[in-house]
Ligand binder design. Structure first.
Ligand code: TXA
Ligand code: MG
Length: 338
């Protein structure tokens, strides 16, 4: 495939004419990376099995990991889902467009390859004017896994997408950096109470304000309902060590120990207590608001991964609100530590 074309669009004032080209590419069975408020997605026509097959191939994604279908609005649920529960509808009304993916029973019209053979379908209305216009012009559902090569962090900018997928896809719509920076929360509403399969851009606390109870903890049940979650998640090449928020003593200790062993150390911190410490050969300091951390963490990990480090020290965040999703991703990044 020739080099991938990039279309730049302003999020405030998207040019509908330019979006037409992307809608046509999708209609022709092409692959188009699109912006969302969470991360960039890799789009194809959800009802075209051949196009969806190309998505798996471009990402190098295992075929038993199902895809989310993006839709323009609530009314499109019934095109793909059957037996939609009242609670599912209530959550969709409350949080769409937004960073919540809902898992429903599926209709037969959905090709098996999209759901990896499962009897359920994951749907989401993204909160992004450019992609909502693309969905309206295209007039159907668009599959959208994160637009990274499998095993890399999800892309939060068009540049990340380009670095991973140039030459493998037709188009990238560049609308600047993603607002949230962490993938959507995946909630299975075929169960009651609903089950969180992946914590993400919408917090458990916010969901529980709307429906009294959600379930979270049972790993076996998550695996049964979402087989794709067993695949290895992104982890940098370097050995990742997480340390508690603002723990200056631990941070200094890890730096000292690793320096003694002549390790090349990278670090990511947020709190001002740690700002002045002589730290490591490659340091990234993010502002301490959880929104800023979420928005920049995947980009920071990509940057550190380019530095050929032995060890990466990462400050943990408090596990509430969006912090739960950030910690989930950081733990996965550190998982190979055993
Ligand atoms: O924010 C997001 O969700 C982004 C943007 C582009 O919308 N997309 C994204 O897609 O992160 P992906 O494919 O990287 O992650 C989708 C997650 C996977 O964990 C997958 O296993 C789960 O959703 N999933 C998809 N369909 C499912 C289904 N029918 N049942 C259970 N889990 C499902
Ligand atoms: Mg992904």
């Amino acid at each position: 495939m020739p080099a991938t074309k990039i279309i730049k669009l302003s999020i405030e004032n998207p040019d509908a004419g330019k979006i037409k080209e992307a809608a046509e590419a999708l209609r022709g069975g092409g692959l188009v990376a699109f912006p969302t408020e969470t991360v960039y997605g890799l789009g194809a026509d959800a009802l075209n099995a051949g196009a969806v097959q190309k998505v798996f191939k471009a990402k190098g994604r295992p075929s038993d990991n199902p895809l989310i279908v993006h839709i323009a609005s609530l009314e499109n649920i019934h095109q793909f889902a059957s037996l939609v529960s009242e609670k599912g509808l209530q959550l969709a009304r409350r949080f769409w467009p937004g960073p919540l993916t809902l898992v429903f029973h599926r209709k037969k019209i959905v090709p098996d390859i999209v759901t990896a053979g499962l009897e359920t379908i994951a749907l989401r209305v993204p909160d992004h004017p450019v992609t909502l216009e693309l969905l309206r012009q295209f007039g159907g559902g668009i599959v959208g896994p994160s637009a990274n090569v499998s095993g890399k962090p999800s892309p939060t900018s068009a540049e990340h997408v380009y670095n991973d997928l140039n030459g493998k896809i037709d188009l990238i719509i560049d609308a600047g950096p993603a607002k949230i920076g962490i993938e959507s929360t995946v909630l299975d509403v075929t169960a009651d109470p609903p089950i969180i399969l992946r914590i993400g851009g919408l917090s458990r606390e916010d969901i529980e304000k709307e429906v009294k109870e959600v379930h979270w903890t049972n790993e076996t049940e998550i695996l049964r309902r979402s087989p794709g979650t067993r695949h290895r998640h992104y982890a940098p090449r370097a050995y990742v060590i997480l340390f508690p928020p603002a723990d200056e003593e631990k941070f200094r200790k890890y730096i000292r120990q690793n320096k003694e062993q002549l390790k090349k150390i990278g670090s990511i911190t947020y709190s001002k207590e740690l700002a002045g410490i002589e730290r490591s050969s490659f340091h990234l300091s993010l502002e301490s608001s959880i929104e800023h951390i979420a928005k920049n963490i995947f980009g920071a990990l990509r940057e550190l991964d380019r530095q050929n480090l032995d060890v990466i020290l990462i400050e943990s965040v408090e596990e509430k609100g969006l912090g739960a999703a950030v910690m989930d991703r950081l733990r996965k990044a550190a998982f190979h530590n055993g």
